[in-house]
Write a protein that binds this ligand. Structure first.
Ligand SMILES: Cc1ncc(COP(=O)(O)O)c(C=O)c1O
Length: 377
C-alpha cells in the first residue's frame, strides 16, 4: 500500500531528538528552529515528559470518557492556574482543528445562530467548520463551503462592527497571531475594541491560540498582551509537546449540557500525563520567560540582517520577511547549515524553536545566517 501523497517532503528522516536538536538516520545533527511546526514547547524528549508517559502507559494508557479520570481534573487545575484562567472550564480533544470545531459548535449552541466572522488570510485547520473559516479556497471542498462565513480585514473594527450589527453572528474567531499567512500580530487596540463590540452584540469571541499559545509569545496566550478575556480559547500544538492533545478553555457564562460535546480519545490518560508534564516543566524551567528573553534577543540580532524586509511577531513566534533575492535561504540553512526553519507565504521564514532554546543555540543560528547573508556589526 502507498501513502496518500498529500505532503511535500524534505528528503530527511529524523530518528532521534533531544532539547533543540534532531538527528537523522545517518547521524547528521540538526538545530530545530521549526519545533516540528510550533509543536515542541519544552524541548524534544525532555526526561520529565518521557518518564511521565512511560510511567502512565505502564499503569493505564486509555479507558473512556464514561468513567472518572482524575488526570483530566489535575490538568485543568494546573492549566487554569498557569494560564490565568482559573474560573474557565476545560474541554479536551485531540488536535487544533478539533478544538476550533468544538469552539464554533459551542458558540452556535449558546447563541442559537450560525454565521461566523473570520479574518482574511486566516488559518484554523482542515476539518469541515475549521476549513470553512480558513481564508484559502484551494483547501475548501464543495462539501466545506456550506457554512455561513464572512471574511473581513484584520485590524478593521468597522468591518467587524458592520457584520455584528446585522444580528445573525454566532462568533468572531481570530488567531492570537496569524501564523500560516506569515506572522501578522493583531493590534492590541483592535483586540480591545473587538472584545467590546462582541460583548455589546452578544457574539462569542473565540481566540485561536493553537500556534500562538502555550507560552510561545512570552505570555501564556498572546491575547494577554492586549489585556482582553475572550469567551473561548482554542489550544493544541505546544500543549502536548508532540503528544496529540487539544482543548478549549470556556468562560463560566457557558452552560454545559450532557452530550453537547464529546470525543472517544480526547483527554485520555496518556495525553493528560504528557500535558501535565509539559505544564510542570514550563513552570519549573521558567520557559515562558525564556521565550520572551530569547525572542527579544533573536529579533534584535535579526534586525541587523540585510536580507530582511521586516521582522514580525512576539517571543519565539517570529516571521522574517525576506527580500526576493534570498528566497533560497531556508533551503541553504537546512541543507548546508543543518537548521530547520518554517516557511510561510511570500518568502516569509517562520522561526518557531522550542521554548527552551538557549542563547548559545540562538548564536549558532545567527552565525550560520551570517555565513549565508551579510549582517551588519
Ligand atoms: C492557528 C491554527 N489553528 C488551527 C490549526 C490546526 O491545527 P491541527 O493541525 O492540529 O488540526 C493550526 C495548525 O497549524 C493553526 O496554526
Amino acid at each position: 500500500m502507498n501513502l496518500f501523497d498529500v505532503y511535500s517532503l524534505w528528503n530527511i528522516e529524523p530518528v532521534r531528538a533531544k532539547g533543540c536538536k534532531v538527528w537523522d538516520k545517518d547521524g547528521t545533527e540538526y538545530l530545530d528552529f521549526y519545533g516540528g511546526h510550533a509543536v515542541i514547547s519544552i524541548g524534544h524528549s525532555h526526561p520529565v515528559y518521557v518518564k511521565a508517559i512511560q510511567d502512565q502507559v505502564e499503569k493505564i494508557g486509555f479507558y473512556s470518557n464514561s468513567v472518572l479520570n482524575s488526570l483530566q481534573t489535575k490538568l485543568a487545575e494546573k492549566l487554569g492556574e498557569q494560564s490565568g484562567y482559573p474560573d474557565y472550564s476545560l474541554f479536551l480533544c485531540n488536535s487544533g482543528a478539533e478544538a476550533n470545531e468544538n469552539a464554533l459548535k459551542l458558540a452556535s449552541f449558546h447563541t442559537g445562530k450560525k454565521r461566523i466572522v473570520a479574518f482574511r488570510e486566516s488559518f484554523h485547520g482542515r476539518t469541515s467548520g475549521a476549513v470553512a473559516i480558513t481564508d484559502n479556497p484551494s483547501i475548501n471542498s464543495p462539501f466545506n463551503t456550506g457554512h455561513e462565513v464572512v471574511f473581513v480585514p484584520l485590524n478593521d473594527i468597522d468591518a467587524v462592527t458592520k457584520e455584528l450589527e446585522k444580528g445573525d453572528i454566532a462568533a468572531v474567531i481570530i488567531e492570537g497571531i496569524q501564523g500560516v499567512s506569515g506572522i501578522f500580530v493583531p493590534e492590541n487596540e483592535f483586540l480591545q475594541q473587538l472584545e467590546i463590540v462582541c460583548k455589546k452584540h452578544d457574539v462569542v469571541l473565540i481566540l485561536d491560540e493553537i500556534q500562538s499559545g502555550y507560552g510561545r509569545t512570552g505570555k501564556f496566550f498572546s491575547h494577554q498582551y492586549a489585556g482582553i478575556k475572550p469567551d473561548i480559547i482554542s489550544m493544541a500544538k505546544g500543549m502536548g509537546n508532540g503528544f496529540p492533545i487539544g482543548g478549549i478553555l470556556i468562560s463560566p457564562k457557558f452552560e454545559a449540557k450532557k452530550g453537547m460535546l464529546g470525543t472517544t480519545f480526547g483527554g485520555n490518560h496518556l495525553a493528560c500525563s504528557a500535558a501535565i508534564a509539559v505544564l510542570d516543566v514550563m513552570k519549573d524551567e521558567s520557559l515562558i520567560k525564556n521565550a520572551a528573553k530569547m525572542g527579544d534577543y533573536l529579533k534584535n540580532e535579526l534586525s541587523k540582517c540585510h536580507a530582511t524586509k521586516e521582522i514580525r511577531g512576539l517571543g519565539l513566534m517570529l516571521g522574517v520577511d525576506l527580500k526576493p533575492e534570498f528566497a533560497d535561504l531556508r533551503n541553504k540553512l537546512l541543507f548546508e547549515s543543518h537548521i530547520f526553519t518554517g516557511g510561510a507565504k511570500n518568502n516569509v521564514m517562520r522561526l518557531l524553536p522550542p521554548l527552551s532554546i538557549s542563547k548559545e543555540e540562538v548564536d549558532i543560528f545567527i552565525e550560520e545566517l551570517k555565513k549565508k547573508v551579510e549582517i551588519r556589526k
